[in-house]
Design a protein around this ligand. Structure first.
Ligand code: FAD
Length: 336
Protein backbone atom coordinates (compact mmCIF):
# COMPACT_ATOMS: atom_id res chain seq x y z
CA UNK A 1 0.00 0.00 0.00
CA UNK A 2 1.28 3.47 -0.93
CA UNK A 3 2.14 5.69 2.03
CA UNK A 4 -0.45 8.29 0.93
CA UNK A 5 -3.25 5.67 0.90
CA UNK A 6 -2.63 4.47 4.43
CA UNK A 7 -5.04 5.48 7.19
CA UNK A 8 -3.49 7.98 9.60
CA UNK A 9 -4.21 7.57 13.29
CA UNK A 10 -4.20 11.23 14.29
CA UNK A 11 -4.63 10.40 17.97
CA UNK A 12 -1.24 11.62 19.20
CA UNK A 13 0.43 9.39 21.80
CA UNK A 14 3.02 10.56 24.32
CA UNK A 15 5.16 7.53 23.63
CA UNK A 16 5.17 4.78 21.05
CA UNK A 17 7.25 1.71 21.73
CA UNK A 18 8.22 -0.30 18.66
CA UNK A 19 8.50 -3.96 19.65
CA UNK A 20 6.56 -5.96 22.24
CA UNK A 21 9.46 -8.14 23.36
CA UNK A 22 10.53 -8.09 27.01
CA UNK A 23 12.22 -4.68 26.71
CA UNK A 24 9.20 -3.11 24.99
CA UNK A 25 6.66 -4.65 27.37
CA UNK A 26 8.57 -3.55 30.46
CA UNK A 27 9.00 -0.12 28.88
CA UNK A 28 5.22 0.06 28.39
CA UNK A 29 4.74 -0.69 32.09
CA UNK A 30 7.05 2.18 33.04
CA UNK A 31 5.36 4.51 30.57
CA UNK A 32 2.10 3.62 32.32
CA UNK A 33 3.56 4.42 35.74
CA UNK A 34 4.58 7.79 34.30
CA UNK A 35 1.03 8.47 33.10
CA UNK A 36 2.10 8.54 29.49
CA UNK A 37 -0.42 7.82 26.77
CA UNK A 38 1.25 4.70 25.43
CA UNK A 39 1.13 2.71 22.22
CA UNK A 40 3.10 -0.46 21.42
CA UNK A 41 3.44 -1.62 17.84
CA UNK A 42 4.65 -5.10 16.94
CA UNK A 43 4.98 -6.91 13.64
CA UNK A 44 3.83 -10.20 15.16
CA UNK A 45 0.38 -11.30 16.24
CA UNK A 46 1.42 -12.08 19.81
CA UNK A 47 3.70 -10.23 22.25
CA UNK A 48 6.90 -11.60 23.78
CA UNK A 49 9.46 -11.20 20.98
CA UNK A 50 12.10 -13.93 20.90
CA UNK A 51 10.63 -15.60 23.99
CA UNK A 52 7.32 -16.30 22.26
CA UNK A 53 8.73 -17.26 18.88
CA UNK A 54 11.91 -19.11 19.73
CA UNK A 55 11.70 -20.60 23.19
CA UNK A 56 8.29 -20.30 24.90
CA UNK A 57 8.67 -23.65 26.69
CA UNK A 58 12.24 -23.21 27.87
CA UNK A 59 13.08 -22.23 31.44
CA UNK A 60 14.89 -18.94 32.03
CA UNK A 61 17.12 -18.91 35.10
CA UNK A 62 18.42 -15.34 35.14
CA UNK A 63 15.37 -13.19 35.78
CA UNK A 64 15.96 -11.40 39.10
CA UNK A 65 13.80 -12.87 41.84
CA UNK A 66 12.75 -15.94 39.87
CA UNK A 67 15.02 -18.99 40.30
CA UNK A 68 13.42 -20.36 37.15
CA UNK A 69 10.55 -19.32 34.98
CA UNK A 70 9.15 -20.55 31.67
CA UNK A 71 9.67 -17.99 28.90
CA UNK A 72 5.92 -17.99 28.12
CA UNK A 73 5.14 -17.39 31.81
CA UNK A 74 7.46 -14.38 31.84
CA UNK A 75 5.68 -12.99 28.78
CA UNK A 76 2.32 -13.51 30.48
CA UNK A 77 3.52 -11.62 33.58
CA UNK A 78 5.02 -8.80 31.51
CA UNK A 79 1.79 -8.39 29.53
CA UNK A 80 -0.24 -8.39 32.74
CA UNK A 81 2.12 -5.85 34.34
CA UNK A 82 1.98 -3.51 31.33
CA UNK A 83 -1.79 -3.97 30.83
CA UNK A 84 -2.58 -2.36 34.20
CA UNK A 85 -2.22 0.97 32.40
CA UNK A 86 -4.10 -0.09 29.27
CA UNK A 87 -1.52 0.75 26.61
CA UNK A 88 -2.81 0.60 23.05
CA UNK A 89 -1.42 -2.61 21.57
CA UNK A 90 -1.13 -2.55 17.78
CA UNK A 91 -0.19 -6.05 16.64
CA UNK A 92 0.51 -7.40 13.14
CA UNK A 93 1.99 -4.10 11.97
CA UNK A 94 5.62 -3.77 10.98
CA UNK A 95 7.09 -0.28 11.31
CA UNK A 96 8.79 0.48 8.02
CA UNK A 97 9.29 4.23 8.28
CA UNK A 98 10.16 6.55 11.15
CA UNK A 99 10.54 10.27 10.59
CA UNK A 100 10.48 13.39 12.72
CA UNK A 101 8.04 16.03 11.54
CA UNK A 102 8.44 19.27 13.50
CA UNK A 103 8.20 18.09 17.09
CA UNK A 104 6.22 14.90 16.34
CA UNK A 105 7.26 11.44 15.16
CA UNK A 106 5.55 9.82 12.21
CA UNK A 107 5.64 6.03 12.25
CA UNK A 108 4.64 4.35 9.03
CA UNK A 109 3.73 0.68 9.23
CA UNK A 110 2.70 -1.67 6.45
CA UNK A 111 -0.95 -0.79 7.27
CA UNK A 112 -1.17 2.67 8.74
CA UNK A 113 0.52 5.82 9.97
CA UNK A 114 0.87 6.57 13.70
CA UNK A 115 1.82 9.86 15.36
CA UNK A 116 3.71 10.14 18.64
CA UNK A 117 5.57 12.69 20.71
CA UNK A 118 8.38 10.24 21.48
CA UNK A 119 9.51 6.80 20.36
CA UNK A 120 11.42 4.00 22.06
CA UNK A 121 12.78 1.41 19.64
CA UNK A 122 12.84 -2.08 21.18
CA UNK A 123 12.93 -4.20 18.03
CA UNK A 124 15.51 -6.69 19.28
CA UNK A 125 16.68 -9.01 16.56
CA UNK A 126 14.16 -7.55 14.09
CA UNK A 127 10.73 -8.53 12.83
CA UNK A 128 10.76 -12.29 13.24
CA UNK A 129 8.97 -14.57 10.80
CA UNK A 130 8.87 -18.34 10.93
CA UNK A 131 10.50 -20.12 7.97
CA UNK A 132 7.95 -22.16 6.04
CA UNK A 133 8.54 -25.33 4.06
CA UNK A 134 8.11 -24.84 0.34
CA UNK A 135 5.95 -27.95 -0.11
CA UNK A 136 2.42 -27.37 -1.51
CA UNK A 137 0.85 -30.29 0.38
CA UNK A 138 2.31 -28.98 3.68
CA UNK A 139 0.98 -25.49 2.94
CA UNK A 140 -2.46 -26.87 2.06
CA UNK A 141 -2.72 -28.75 5.37
CA UNK A 142 -1.29 -25.96 7.56
CA UNK A 143 -3.50 -25.70 10.63
CA UNK A 144 -5.11 -29.04 9.78
CA UNK A 145 -2.34 -31.27 11.09
CA UNK A 146 0.68 -29.31 9.87
CA UNK A 147 1.94 -26.85 12.48
CA UNK A 148 4.84 -24.47 13.03
CA UNK A 149 4.52 -24.14 16.78
CA UNK A 150 3.32 -26.05 19.82
CA UNK A 151 0.51 -24.37 21.70
CA UNK A 152 -0.48 -27.12 24.13
CA UNK A 153 1.45 -30.38 24.52
CA UNK A 154 -1.89 -32.07 25.25
CA UNK A 155 -2.95 -31.51 21.61
CA UNK A 156 -0.40 -34.18 20.65
CA UNK A 157 -1.59 -36.81 23.12
CA UNK A 158 -1.67 -40.25 21.55
CA UNK A 159 -0.72 -38.94 18.09
CA UNK A 160 1.92 -40.06 15.62
CA UNK A 161 4.04 -36.94 15.33
CA UNK A 162 6.59 -36.12 12.64
CA UNK A 163 8.98 -33.32 13.57
CA UNK A 164 11.08 -31.62 10.90
CA UNK A 165 14.31 -29.79 11.82
CA UNK A 166 17.67 -30.16 13.51
CA UNK A 167 17.96 -27.07 15.74
CA UNK A 168 17.15 -26.51 19.40
CA UNK A 169 13.46 -25.89 18.67
CA UNK A 170 12.84 -29.15 16.79
CA UNK A 171 14.88 -31.25 19.23
CA UNK A 172 13.24 -29.70 22.28
CA UNK A 173 9.77 -30.38 20.77
CA UNK A 174 10.79 -34.00 20.20
CA UNK A 175 11.97 -34.37 23.80
CA UNK A 176 8.80 -32.80 25.19
CA UNK A 177 6.28 -34.52 22.94
CA UNK A 178 7.74 -38.01 23.35
CA UNK A 179 5.91 -38.06 26.70
CA UNK A 180 2.58 -37.16 25.08
CA UNK A 181 2.58 -38.67 21.60
CA UNK A 182 2.18 -42.34 20.73
CA UNK A 183 5.26 -42.01 18.50
CA UNK A 184 7.64 -39.21 17.61
CA UNK A 185 9.81 -39.29 14.48
CA UNK A 186 12.38 -36.55 13.92
CA UNK A 187 13.44 -35.88 10.34
CA UNK A 188 16.53 -33.81 9.62
CA UNK A 189 17.99 -33.28 6.19
CA UNK A 190 21.62 -33.16 7.30
CA UNK A 191 23.71 -35.60 9.32
CA UNK A 192 24.74 -32.90 11.79
CA UNK A 193 22.49 -31.08 14.23
CA UNK A 194 22.55 -27.44 15.38
CA UNK A 195 20.85 -28.30 18.69
CA UNK A 196 22.90 -28.23 21.87
CA UNK A 197 24.89 -31.32 22.79
CA UNK A 198 23.08 -32.14 26.04
CA UNK A 199 19.72 -32.23 24.20
CA UNK A 200 21.18 -34.45 21.47
CA UNK A 201 22.49 -36.95 24.01
CA UNK A 202 19.01 -37.09 25.54
CA UNK A 203 17.47 -37.41 22.08
CA UNK A 204 19.61 -40.36 21.02
CA UNK A 205 18.90 -42.11 24.32
CA UNK A 206 15.14 -41.58 23.99
CA UNK A 207 12.44 -43.47 22.12
CA UNK A 208 12.28 -40.75 19.43
CA UNK A 209 13.01 -42.25 16.02
CA UNK A 210 15.61 -40.08 14.26
CA UNK A 211 15.78 -40.17 10.47
CA UNK A 212 18.87 -38.53 8.94
CA UNK A 213 19.82 -37.31 6.38
CA UNK A 214 16.19 -37.20 5.32
CA UNK A 215 13.84 -34.60 3.83
CA UNK A 216 10.10 -34.27 4.03
CA UNK A 217 8.85 -34.43 0.44
CA UNK A 218 5.07 -34.60 0.78
CA UNK A 219 2.28 -34.60 3.32
CA UNK A 220 -0.46 -37.02 2.30
CA UNK A 221 -4.12 -36.52 3.26
CA UNK A 222 -7.22 -34.73 1.98
CA UNK A 223 -8.43 -32.74 4.96
CA UNK A 224 -6.05 -34.00 7.61
CA UNK A 225 -2.61 -35.54 7.76
CA UNK A 226 -2.55 -39.27 7.02
CA UNK A 227 1.12 -39.91 6.23
CA UNK A 228 4.34 -38.25 5.10
CA UNK A 229 6.72 -39.13 2.29
CA UNK A 230 10.35 -38.94 3.35
CA UNK A 231 13.33 -38.95 1.02
CA UNK A 232 16.70 -40.23 2.23
CA UNK A 233 19.42 -37.93 0.87
CA UNK A 234 22.07 -40.63 1.20
CA UNK A 235 20.32 -43.69 -0.23
CA UNK A 236 17.83 -41.80 -2.47
CA UNK A 237 15.10 -44.08 -1.15
CA UNK A 238 11.64 -42.78 -0.39
CA UNK A 239 9.44 -44.13 2.37
CA UNK A 240 5.92 -43.41 3.52
CA UNK A 241 5.38 -43.03 7.26
CA UNK A 242 1.85 -43.01 8.71
CA UNK A 243 1.32 -39.81 10.73
CA UNK A 244 -1.35 -37.64 12.37
CA UNK A 245 0.61 -34.44 12.85
CA UNK A 246 3.61 -32.72 11.27
CA UNK A 247 5.51 -30.14 13.28
CA UNK A 248 7.97 -28.00 11.37
CA UNK A 249 10.81 -26.22 13.17
CA UNK A 250 13.23 -25.03 10.51
CA UNK A 251 14.19 -21.72 12.01
CA UNK A 252 13.18 -18.11 11.72
CA UNK A 253 14.19 -15.08 9.71
CA UNK A 254 14.67 -11.73 11.43
CA UNK A 255 14.22 -8.59 9.34
CA UNK A 256 16.00 -5.44 10.45
CA UNK A 257 16.11 -3.88 7.00
CA UNK A 258 13.59 -1.05 7.64
CA UNK A 259 15.82 0.51 10.33
CA UNK A 260 18.58 1.34 7.87
CA UNK A 261 16.39 4.12 6.42
CA UNK A 262 15.37 5.75 9.70
CA UNK A 263 18.34 8.13 9.72
CA UNK A 264 19.68 6.72 12.98
CA UNK A 265 23.26 5.67 13.76
CA UNK A 266 22.81 2.06 12.64
CA UNK A 267 25.85 -0.20 12.42
CA UNK A 268 26.34 -3.97 12.50
CA UNK A 269 22.57 -4.41 12.89
CA UNK A 270 22.46 -2.28 16.02
CA UNK A 271 21.38 1.27 16.85
CA UNK A 272 24.03 3.27 18.65
CA UNK A 273 22.82 5.00 21.80
CA UNK A 274 24.42 7.12 24.50
CA UNK A 275 24.12 6.65 28.27
CA UNK A 276 20.67 8.32 28.19
CA UNK A 277 19.45 5.75 25.63
CA UNK A 278 19.25 8.56 23.07
CA UNK A 279 19.80 7.74 19.42
CA UNK A 280 20.97 11.18 18.36
CA UNK A 281 17.56 12.08 16.89
CA UNK A 282 15.61 14.10 19.46
CA UNK A 283 12.74 12.16 21.00
CA UNK A 284 13.87 8.78 19.65
CA UNK A 285 15.36 6.36 22.14
CA UNK A 286 16.38 2.69 21.87
CA UNK A 287 16.69 -0.21 24.34
CA UNK A 288 17.24 -3.96 24.47
CA UNK A 289 19.03 -6.17 21.97
CA UNK A 290 18.82 -3.60 19.18
CA UNK A 291 20.71 -0.96 21.16
CA UNK A 292 24.46 -0.70 21.63
CA UNK A 293 25.84 1.79 24.08
CA UNK A 294 29.25 3.18 23.31
CA UNK A 295 31.86 2.35 25.94
CA UNK A 296 29.90 -0.42 27.64
CA UNK A 297 29.75 -4.19 27.31
CA UNK A 298 26.91 -5.32 25.08
CA UNK A 299 24.96 -8.16 26.71
CA UNK A 300 21.95 -9.39 24.78
CA UNK A 301 20.00 -10.41 27.86
CA UNK A 302 16.52 -9.74 29.12
CA UNK A 303 17.82 -8.11 32.32
CA UNK A 304 19.91 -5.53 30.43
CA UNK A 305 16.93 -4.77 28.17
CA UNK A 306 14.74 -4.14 31.23
CA UNK A 307 17.27 -1.67 32.63
CA UNK A 308 17.71 0.15 29.32
CA UNK A 309 13.95 0.33 28.71
CA UNK A 310 13.49 1.82 32.19
CA UNK A 311 16.00 4.56 31.46
CA UNK A 312 14.73 5.16 27.91
CA UNK A 313 11.09 5.56 28.97
CA UNK A 314 11.88 7.84 31.90
CA UNK A 315 14.07 9.98 29.63
CA UNK A 316 11.23 10.04 27.10
CA UNK A 317 8.88 11.27 29.86
CA UNK A 318 11.24 14.11 30.64
CA UNK A 319 11.58 14.86 26.90
CA UNK A 320 7.80 15.02 26.38
CA UNK A 321 7.25 16.97 29.61
CA UNK A 322 10.48 18.80 30.51
CA UNK A 323 8.99 19.87 33.86
CA UNK A 324 8.75 16.23 34.97
CA UNK A 325 11.55 14.51 36.85
CA UNK A 326 13.50 11.76 35.14
CA UNK A 327 13.44 9.66 38.30
CA UNK A 328 10.06 7.88 38.41
CA UNK A 329 9.96 7.46 42.19
CA UNK A 330 9.58 4.08 43.87
CA UNK A 331 6.79 1.86 42.62
CA UNK A 332 6.38 0.57 46.18
CA UNK A 333 5.31 4.06 47.22
CA UNK A 334 2.77 4.48 44.44
CA UNK A 335 -0.87 3.47 44.29
CA UNK A 336 -2.24 2.12 41.07
C1 FAD B 1 16.95 -19.70 22.43
C2 FAD B 1 17.18 -18.45 23.23
C3 FAD B 1 17.27 -18.53 24.61
C4 FAD B 1 17.51 -17.37 25.36
N1 FAD B 1 17.61 -17.48 26.72
C5 FAD B 1 17.81 -16.36 27.47
C6 FAD B 1 17.92 -16.44 28.89
O1 FAD B 1 17.86 -17.52 29.48
N2 FAD B 1 18.12 -15.27 29.59
C7 FAD B 1 18.21 -14.04 28.98
O2 FAD B 1 18.36 -13.04 29.66
N3 FAD B 1 18.12 -13.95 27.63
C8 FAD B 1 17.92 -15.06 26.86
N4 FAD B 1 17.85 -14.96 25.49
C9 FAD B 1 17.99 -13.61 24.89
C10 FAD B 1 16.69 -12.80 25.02
O3 FAD B 1 15.60 -13.54 24.48
C11 FAD B 1 16.85 -11.46 24.31
O4 FAD B 1 17.91 -10.76 24.91
C12 FAD B 1 15.53 -10.67 24.45
O5 FAD B 1 14.46 -11.33 23.82
C13 FAD B 1 15.68 -9.29 23.81
O6 FAD B 1 14.51 -8.58 24.06
P1 FAD B 1 14.07 -7.34 23.16
O7 FAD B 1 12.77 -6.88 23.72
O8 FAD B 1 15.19 -6.39 23.05
O9 FAD B 1 13.86 -7.93 21.67
P2 FAD B 1 13.04 -9.16 21.08
O10 FAD B 1 12.76 -10.20 22.09
O11 FAD B 1 13.80 -9.55 19.86
O12 FAD B 1 11.65 -8.50 20.65
C14 FAD B 1 11.61 -7.57 19.61
C15 FAD B 1 10.18 -7.39 19.13
O13 FAD B 1 10.17 -6.33 18.16
C16 FAD B 1 9.33 -6.70 17.07
N5 FAD B 1 9.79 -5.98 15.87
C17 FAD B 1 10.99 -6.06 15.27
N6 FAD B 1 11.06 -5.23 14.22
C18 FAD B 1 9.87 -4.60 14.17
C19 FAD B 1 9.32 -3.61 13.31
N7 FAD B 1 10.03 -3.09 12.29
N8 FAD B 1 8.06 -3.21 13.52
C20 FAD B 1 7.32 -3.73 14.56
N9 FAD B 1 7.80 -4.65 15.41
C21 FAD B 1 9.06 -5.07 15.21
C22 FAD B 1 9.50 -8.21 16.96
O14 FAD B 1 8.39 -8.78 16.30
C23 FAD B 1 9.62 -8.63 18.43
O15 FAD B 1 8.36 -8.96 18.98
C24 FAD B 1 17.64 -16.09 24.71
C25 FAD B 1 17.52 -16.02 23.33
C26 FAD B 1 17.31 -17.18 22.58
C27 FAD B 1 17.21 -17.06 21.08
Amino acid sequence: MESSQKPVDNDVYDITIIGAGPAGLFGAFYAGIRNMKTKIIDARSEPGGQLSVLYPDMFIYDIPGYPRLLAKELVKHLVEQASQFKPKMVMNEKVIGLTRQDSLMRLETDNAVHISKSVVICIGAGAISINKLDIPSANRLEGRGVHYHVEHEGDFRGKRVIIVGGGDTAVSWALTLKDWASKVTLIHRSGTFRAKESSLIELFHSNVEVKIPCELREVAGENSVQAVKVFNNKTSEEETIPADTVLIGIGVTADLSPVANWGLPFENNMIKINGLMETGVQGIFAAGDIAVQTGTTKLNLIATGFAQATIAVNRAKNYVDPKSQVFPGHSSEKRF
